[in-house]
Design a protein. Structure first.
Length: 95
């Protein structure tokens, strides 16, 4: 993945999957639209990523890395909110 290398407030996406589907391009696009310095949040829903496996509960998994930090992985089940924050643990909350 190309990541966002020029803005240290945004993570570089190493990989992103929703169920069996690679959704890295979708995450990269959403990340590019994020205001500078803000947390990145996205709902793990079929509306955002399509329905790669009907009648199966999926997870959204994102591996990411901020400059000068170790890579991290965030994961939430379908219909939950995934939030990535710089220099803190990822925050998972349901909506």
């Amino acid at each position: 993945m190309s990541g966002t290398l020029t803005d240290p407030s945004k993570p570089r996406i190493l990989l992103a999957y929703y169920g069996p589907e690679d959704v890295s391009a979708i995450i990269e696009k959403k990340l590019s639209e994020m205001p500078e310095g803000s947390d990145f949040s996205i709902q793990a829903t079929n509306a955002n990523f399509g329905a790669p496996a009907d009648h199966v509960i999926k997870s959204l998994v994102i591996a990411y890395q901020y400059p000068d930090e170790a890579p991290r992985v965030a994961e939430v089940e379908e219909n939950k909110l995934l939030t990535i924050k710089k220099s803190t643990e990822s925050d998972f909350s349901s909506s």
